[in-house]
Design a protein. Sequence first.
Length: 280
Amino acid sequence: MRFEDSNRSSIPIKIREVWSHNLESEFQLISQVIDEYPFISMDTEFPGTVFRPKVDPTRPYHSQLLPSDHYKILKSNVDALNLIQVGLTLSDSSGNLPNLGTDTQFIWEFNFRDFDVERDAHAPDSIELLRRQGIDFVKNKEKGIDSVHFAELMMSSGLVCNDTVSWVTFHSAYDFGYLVKVLTRRDLPGSLDEFFTSLRVFFGNRVYDLKYMIRFCNSLRGGLDRVARTLDVNRAVGKCHQAGSDSLLTWHAFQKMRDLYFVKDGPEKHAGVLYGLEIY
C-alpha cells in the first residue's frame, strides 16, 4: 500500500444516493473510476443484533469469547437479518475522491429494499436510532435496491475479486458478513475459516479494520466517532449512522492514523484481520 502525501481538499463532497432506478448507472460510474481510485472505504447499516451471547456484564465483552464464538453469533444475526445501507468511499493514494468531471467530489450510499421494518426481525433501539438519523424505511421499501441485482452488478464492477484494490473499514466483521451473504446469496459459511476463505476471494488480502488497528495506536479507543475526535478528524458530509458519511469518516481517520502511527512500518502488517474475529 503506497501513499503519497495526503492533503484534505477544500473541494465540496456530495453523497450520491443510489436507489433501484439509478443502480445500474451508478455502478457504471464506479466501474469507470475504480482503477484510478482503488482504495475503498466501506460501512453498512443493518437492523442491529437479535441474537446475543450470555456473558458476564461486569467483564469486557470481547475478552469472554473466542473468535469462533463471536463468529457463531455473527452468523446467527446475519443469516436472520437483512441489509439496510452500504456506503462506499473511493479514493486514490493521495486521498482524492472521484469528481466525475465536475467541481465536486463524490461518495456513494446504496439503499436497500430487502429489510421490511413491519415484518422482519430487528433490534428496536437500532431501528429507532437509524430513523432519528434520517433513514426512511418506507422509502427504502418502495424505491430501494434489490440485493440480488446489487450483487450481480458488484461482481462485475471491479470492486470485488480485484487484487489491485484495498478495503478500509471500522469494526467491520458484520459489514463484511452482510456483503458475503449478499454476494453468495446464501447463509454465511458454517465455520470462521470458511468465512475468511470467502472474504479473501471477494475482497482480497488488503482489508484493514481500524477497530483492530487502534490496539497499536496509543490513546486511541472506542467507536468511530470517538477515534475521529481524538485524531481531530471532522465529519466532512452527512450524519453518523448513515453508511455513506461513515465510510468517508472511516477513510479520513485511516489517513490520519497512517500518518501518525504507521509512518515507519506502514499498515500492511495489520491487513486481513477483523476485530473480534482475529485469526492469523
